[in-house]
Write a new protein. Structure first.
Length: 375
């Protein structure tokens, strides 16, 4: 992570990254329509309800991606602190005025669309850490004066998000922050020492909320309450297993007929595996793996510290969300509301992710190796 030279030669952006992002977006739109048609028909008497909205957000998000792919992303360095402050204000606003859905306040209803502050906060943390650590990374090895201020920022934000409550977003934000701190030069031993109180805090968070405790028990034995807390994960496993190797065929899912609640959201990968089979699931996982690989290459060859940390944070967000989502739907970890990037229904999430991909493409234009060619 060297300091930027006086002049950096500009290249075309990483075409391989661009292609895989478009492929994931296209797959995501197809699966949103396929998984949501019956739920939309039952709820709104219109099988196109969800795909129409997601399609509109996809167009807006594509425009955002192209804008940020040519925008002078170095300006974001100056905007990092104001963006973080705004995101914290929004987290407070959502607790006071947010729309209550299933005993959680995660959305600010603006009439014609809703905003999810926790999604904005994820990118705000990435921007702030990338900007601040560029100047402060030499002090990170000092726990009290270097690492602690960043941990306090994460603690404040995590506290606000967990109150919503939104445990999955809290986990993602904390993991992104910790990954960026480690990459910037923080000592691993400090995080190992912090793991004990962090684990204790997680246990307290689980046992102080009945619904979280039920998710743990249903994870350990979903069939113990197969008509209650275990229902969602059992239906997800049925969907994945019934897909076999080649799948039931696009649009032929059985579990989307209101067996899996909101199949276009967090459990969309289950419907994908059911319709496209093991081969389709492997293809999707392969695309995400390749995207993460290209993002890591961009971070490694970035022209300066700010660009490298920014790329690191962006790709860490995609990687963490993808791994957790697939782990949840395959019952490899307890159920938590984690959207699958580029697939799950939701305008705020898609807009943030596509904008982040635009920034990543932008950084790739200044990387030290032309076109950041693969070995």
């Amino acid at each position: 992570m060297s300091q930027p030279p006086t002049k950096i030669k500009k290249h075309p952006f990483d075409s391989q990254l661009f292609i895989v992002v478009i492929a994931l977006l296209a797959f995501g739109l197809i699966m949103v329509f396929s998984s949501s048609s019956e739920a939309a028909r039952a709820k709104f008497s219109n099988p196109y309800y969800f795909i129409q909205r997601q399609g509109l957000w996809a167009l807006i998000s594509l425009c955002a991606m192209f804008f940020f792919s040519v925008f002078n992303y170095k300006v974001l360095k100056k905007l990092a602190t104001p963006v973080l402050i705004i995101s914290i204000i929004l987290l407070i606003v959502v607790l006071i005025f947010g729309t209550d859905v299933n005993n959680a306040k995660r959305w600010i209803n603006l009439g014609f669309f809703s905003v999810q502050p926790s999604e904005i906060t994820k990118i705000a943390v990435i921007l702030f850490f990338a900007s601040s650590l560029t100047a402060m990374r030499s002090k990170l090895k000092n726990f009290l004066h270097g690492l602690c201020p960043y941990l306090l920022v994460l603690l404040v934000i995590a506290g606000l998000v967990i109150i919503e409550p939104h445990l999955s977003a809290t986990i993602v934000i904390v993991l992104i922050g910790c990954i960026m701190l480690l990459i910037a030069g923080a000592k691993m031993k400090h995080f190992i020492l912090l793991a004990i109180p962090a684990a204790c805090a997680l246990v307290v968070a689980i046992f102080t909320a009945e619904y979280r405790l039920k998710r743990i028990t249903s994870f350990l034995d979903p069939f113990a309450d197969k008509l209650g807390d275990g229902w969602q994960i059992i239906q997800s496993l049925y969907a994945i297993s019934s897909g076999g190797i080649f799948g039931l065929g696009l649009g032929q899912s059985r579990q989307k007929f209101l067996y899996i609640p909101e199949p276009q959201n967090d459990f969309i990968f289950s419907i994908t595996a059911e319709e496209l089979g093991l081969l389709g699931a492997i293809l999707i996982i392969g695309l995400f793996t390749f995207l993460i690989y290209r993002g890591i290459r961009i971070a490694i060859t970035a022209p300066d510290t700010f660009s490298a940390l920014l790329a690191t944070g962006i790709i860490a967000k995609i990687a963490v969300e993808t791994v957790i989502n697939i782990a949840v739907v395959t019952s490899s970890m307890p159920v938590t509301g984690m959207p699958l990037p580029f697939f799950s229904y939701g305008g705020t999430t898609l807009l943030i992710n596509m904008s982040a991909m635009g920034i990543l493409l932008n950084i790739s234009r200044y990387c030290k190796t032309s076109h950041i060619k693969s070995k």
